[in-house]
Design a protein around this ligand. Structure first.
Ligand code: AMP
Ligand code: MG
Length: 404
């Protein structure tokens, strides 16, 4: 039985990277660039003023000296002819600096009188000029393949006139629920029935990371139904099944996947919850079989499936970093398995504090709703004292963890 880390390593080492498509820049937000993008020209494209003021030759300037104002360039204007010695050109921010000028004097450092300016301060060469190529040189690799596009990357691409960008495909992920007890949301509750919430939680988690869920519905606990739905699911980039993967006599998932040519790489992981997790490949296509308990489904998705899908969609770094959180109260566990403890994190003066989010029984969904972190408690250790630091995967962004 692999450990948590081994299971994750095997999965990450097996999944393929999806191909690329060109999409409009704004549509590409959050997606992963598939090819290095190089700058097609220098940026800035021309020397320009960083201030409203006067373009000058620094060598003509001294504090207390005067210069004749010989022209005007507004933003958006074109460069005026070279400036004669002893002259200055009125210039606005962003306007091209006339040739011959090598500095800009801000308007606040001058006094204007009768077509001339008096300089209050001395002038340093290059001051307040943005020189051609000082930001980016033509040919520089500005966005390397594997970058997730955020507003700054979109800005960079837009600045270089790009309207489209090559990004990795979103993963199309088939979601299959299994079980005779399942009913669809909207059907009335009844003894013996369970609402198929996993299809929804998985579809939502997939959307959150930019994958495309393909919800297949419910396979009933017979071979025919499983095989039919699974064959359908294997047309997507990835198949995720929920439930039916333990050792019960109605747990048909693994046998049916084998029947369809899925090679199992492992079954069962040294983790709690989520132990009966299985992973296989049909040729290159990953198949994740998640235990059916809603809490186990969500936690194994978060810890084992999500990094793999991010990798498939082109990301380089896919393993969420731990934050260190101090335990408010002692926690005990049995040895032999990594425990994923649902915790409530509070941030106080920059320090993360973790409290158990409630009953840790895998049947308790409410604890999952209350949790904003998963403490990953190492396999063999059994006692974690109050004040001890534990590694935590945050489940919400920091803003949602503040008190106000
Ligand atoms: P199983 O692995 O098939 O024994 O299922 C484990 C537990 O998860 C059972 O209590 C199921 O009722 C529950 N379960 C299975 N599938 C789903 C699902 N799609 N949505 C919510 N709960 C489920
Ligand atoms: Mg079942």
């Amino acid at each position: 039985m692999p450990s948590f880390e081994d299971a994750r390593r095997t999965i990450l080492g097996s999944v393929p990277t999806l191909g690329a498509e060109r999409v409009e820049l704004l549509t590409a937000l959050g997606r992963v660039v598939a090819e290095d993008v190089a700058a097609p020209w220098d940026m800035p494209f021309y020397d320009n003023s960083a201030m409203d003021g006067f373009a000058v030759r620094a060598a003509d300037c001294r504090a207390g000296g005067t210069l004749r104002v010989a022209g005007y360039v507004p933003a958006g204007g074109t460069a005026v002819p070279a400036v004669a010695p002893g002259c200055a050109v009125r210039i606005m921010t962003g306007a091209p600096v006339p040739s011959g000028c090598d500095a800009v004097v801000p308007i606040e450092e001058t006094e204007e009188r009768a077509g001339a300016i008096l300089l209050r301060e001395s002038v340093v060469v290059r001051q307040h000029v943005r020189f051609r190529g000082e930001d980016v040189r033509r040919g520089d690799k500005v966005i390397p393949a594997g970058t997730v596009l955020r507003p700054p990357e979109i800005s960079m691409l837009a600045s270089f006139g790009k309207m489209y960008v090559p990004v990795h495909h979103r993963a199309r992920v088939a979601v299959l629920s299994t079980g005779d007890e399942l009913i669809d949301p909207g059907e009335p509750p009844e003894d013996g029935k369970v609402v198929n919430s996993n299809a929804l939680s998985l579809a939502a988690a997939l959307r959150e990371i930019g994958a495309e869920p393909v919800v297949l519905g419910i396979a009933r606990d017979n071979l025919e139904s499983h095989l039919e739905k699974m064959a359908e699911g294997l047309k997507a980039d990835v198949l995720i099944t929920s439930a039916g993967v333990s050792a019960g006599d109605r747990d048909l998932v693994r046998d049916c996947l084998a029947e369809l040519g899925v090679q199992q790489l492992f079954w069962r992981v040294d983790i709690k919850p989520g132990g009966p997790f299985a992973f296989g490949l049909k040729e290159e296509k990953p198949v994740f079989s998640l235990p059916g308990n809603p809490v186990s489904t969500m936690i194994t998705f978060e810890e084992l499936v999500k990094p793999a899908l991010l990798r498939m969609m082109g990301r380089r770094r896919v393993i969420k970093p731990y934050v260190k959180a101090m335990l408010r109260r002692e926690v005990r566990k049995k040895p032999g398995k990594v425990n994923f403890l649902r915790v409530r994190i509070e941030v106080e003066n920059g320090v993360y504090w973790a409290t158990s989010a409630g009953d840790q029984n895998t049947g308790i969904l409410r604890t999952m709703v209350q949790a904003n972190g998963i403490a990953v408690l190492p396999k063999e250790k059994t006692v974690f004292t109050a004040g001890e630091e534990v590694p935590v995967h945050l489940l919400r962004d920091d803003l949602e963890m503040l008190e106000e």
